[in-house]
Design a protein. Structure first.
Length: 161
């Protein structure tokens, strides 16, 4: 006989309204909110295999109310990525044909979707790369550091031309 349940988990399609319900209508508090694979080495392979989408991630939020916990999971695979999956696989399969070209990799260190493993993956493919890490840039790094990126690109272009 079950005497107690510590945590219950739900998969949701859109976390934000569900979070609003649990934290504004009900008195749950957010204990943890992370985009996985935050702790997983590799390129998110477990989630890619589960969803069939390159670069798939999950957002997991743990809520607490006293001793009880709810864990909400949202698979982050935007419809555009799902529809583009065959195309993206084709691009990935053909990256080697560009591997010998000089490549500037500009990487936002606060990117929630593409982490160190993805950057290392591109650095392995493009062996003639120059990587610039932007500590204060996120996923939309062109919005966070557009002027710096333009200057980096101009300098890189003048080196390789």
């Amino acid at each position: 006989m079950i005497r107690q349940v510590y945590r219950v988990g739900f998969t949701v399609s859109d976390l934000d309204p569900v979070l609003a319900f649990y934290t504004q209508v009900l008195p749950f508090e957010i204990i943890d909110d992370c985009v996985a694979p935050r702790f997983i080495e590799g390129v998110g392979e477990p989630y890619e295999k589960l969803t069939g989408v390159f670069g798939a991630r999950v957002r997991v939020v743990t809520l607490g109310l006293g001793q009880e916990q709810i864990q909400l999971t949202q698979f982050i695979a935007p419809r555009q990525l799902v529809k583009a999956s065959p195309y993206l696989k084709e691009v990935e399969a053909n990256l080697g044909s560009l591997a010998d070209r000089p490549t500037l990799i500009v990487w936002g260190m606060k990117d929630f979707a593409f982490r160190e493993a993805e950057r290392a993956h591109f650095e392995r493919i493009f062996w003639r790369h120059q990587t610039v890490l932007l500590d204060d840039a996120s996923h939309f790094l062109q919005e966070d550091a557009g002027e710096r990126i333009a200057a980096l690109f101009r300098a890189f272009r003048s080196q390789v031309m």
